[in-house]
Design a protein around this ligand. Structure first.
Ligand SMILES: [Cu+2]
Length: 426
């Protein structure tokens, strides 16, 4: 009989060993996403039942049951990611996308995860936050040999507790994370009624340094990133979070950038109900509207969506809600550029002076941009330009959405007399 104890002992002995040729023939077919949009979560077709997460602009990895084992197949490889319509990036990821597919499991599952390396260099996969045998921890050189290009390794462990986790390389980390290698790892409670929410969203904050007009991130950048992403997407490429009024909503967020992100939700208070260390007991929760996510950490927040509307949800660092920009842009507020503009126009046809009254004009202006470059401040709402980019989306709370319907419900129709308006007297 297979017990958890002899399973863990057995998998520890196996280690993250290279898979034998005979086993390779039996590898599960790696699955690939259909497009850059949010894949609606399917009902788990096999294994223990759970209420799946919705990966923003992402998808969950399918698995196959092999006896008691739940088997996944991740392929580390170069990918092309559309960061928003109008811009694609050459990244590294898993199974055709950065981030890779979300791995979803249930407390008590025995997992066998095949990792095939199709990168030009070695890699290893660390299962961040999970409790597992040391030899399965995925630190190349420390707990296992690196996975050479062209080889497949297997990781085997039992997931012992529910929570919000992630996976990422622990090999040439600076390069491999700067290129977008990461994915969410969600473990659901064994009892699907436990910690049940109606809508369970998940994303990883990541950042890239991609020069305007180019396609491949600079991998040696330490702090000056210019593309601030959720799941390797930037606004207006990040899908909205469609929520039915009355739903209990959870948003799980991880941070694999090199700086912290104070994530802020308008219109609601939420509680931090979990971290990558586990669930936060109710007695230790307090209301927040912003929660800071440190580097290498995860937060799950929850709220009851009882007020309809289009509620902004974004990182509160103002530079993180912008797309690529020159950080050396001079402040021109109050500067009379009229004379300079006349001169410049004789040299550069179509020259525009900018910033004398602030930079809001940037949101509406259609400046010629280098190829494969997004405007710095962009997006259009029902009342005009939104002047946002980067880590920004909208939680759209509506009456009467069908459960499981995550399609964009369009802009909120405000009841008459409830929108800020010009004061015209009386
Ligand atoms: Cu931020």
């Amino acid at each position: 009989m297979i017990t958890r104890r002899n399973l863990i002992a057995g998998s520890a002995m196996l280690g993250a060993a290279a898979v034998a040729r005979s086993a390779l023939a039996a590898l599960p077919e790696p699955a690939y996403p259909v497009g850059p949009g949010t894949a609606p979560p399917p009902t788990p077709p096999s294994g223990r039942p759970f209420h799946p997460v919705v990966t923003l602009n992402g998808w969950s990895a399918p698995w196959r049951m092999n006896g008691a084992w739940k088997e996944f197949h991740l392929v580390a490889e170069p990918v092309t990611r559309e960061m928003a319509p109008g811009m694609t990036a050459n990244l590294w990821g898993y199974n055709g996308q950065s981030p890779g597919p979300t791995v979803e499991a249930v407390e008590g599952d025995q997992l066998r995860i095949f990792v095939t390396n199709k990168l030009p260099e070695h890699t290893a996969v660390h299962w961040h936050g999970l409790h597992l045998p040391c030899g399965m921890d995925g630190v190349g050189g420390l707990t296992q040999p690196q996975i050479p290009p062209g080889k497949t390794f297997v990781y085997e462990f039992t997931v012992s507790r529910a929570g919000t986790f992630m996976y990422h390389p622990h090999a040439d980390e600076m390069v491999q994370m700067a290129m977008g290698m990461m994915g969410l790892f969600i473990v659901h409670p064994r009892d699907p009624a436990q910690r049940r929410v109606d809508r369970d969203f998940a994303f990883l904050a990541n950042a890239f340094d991609i020069d305007p007009g180019t396609y491949t991130p600079r991998v040696a950048t330490m702090t000056e990133f210019n593309m601030w992403c959720w799941n390797s997407r930037v606004f207006p490429g990040i899908d909205h979070l469609a929520v039915r009024r009355g739903d209990r909503v959870r948003i799980r967020m991880g941070n694999l950038t090199m700086t912290n992100h104070p994530m802020h939700l308008h219109g609601y208070s939420f509680s931090v109900t979990g971290t990558d260390g586990g669930w936060v007991p109710a007695s230790a929760q307090w209301p927040e509207v912003t929660t800071d996510i440190p580097v290498g950490a995860m937060r799950a927040v929850e709220f009851d969506a009882d007020v309809p509307g289009d509620w902004a949800f974004h990182c509160h660092k103002a530079h993180h809600t912008m797309n690529a920009m020159g950080h050396t842009v001079p402040t021109m507020i109050g500067v009379d550029q009229a004379a300079a503009m006349k001169k410049a126009a004789t040299l550069i046809p179509g020259y525009m002076a900018m910033g004398a009254g602030g930079m809001a004009d940037m949101g509406a202006m259609q400046m010629p941009l280098p190829e494969n470059t997004l405007p710095m401040m962009t997006g259009t709402g029902p009342f005009g330009p939104l002047e946002m980019g980067g880590m920004f989306s909208v939680v759209k709370v509506r009456d009467g959405l069908a459960s499981g319907d995550y399609r964009d419900p369009g802009w909120y129709k405000h009841p008459p007399g409830t929108v800020a308006r010009e004061w015209t007297g009386s």
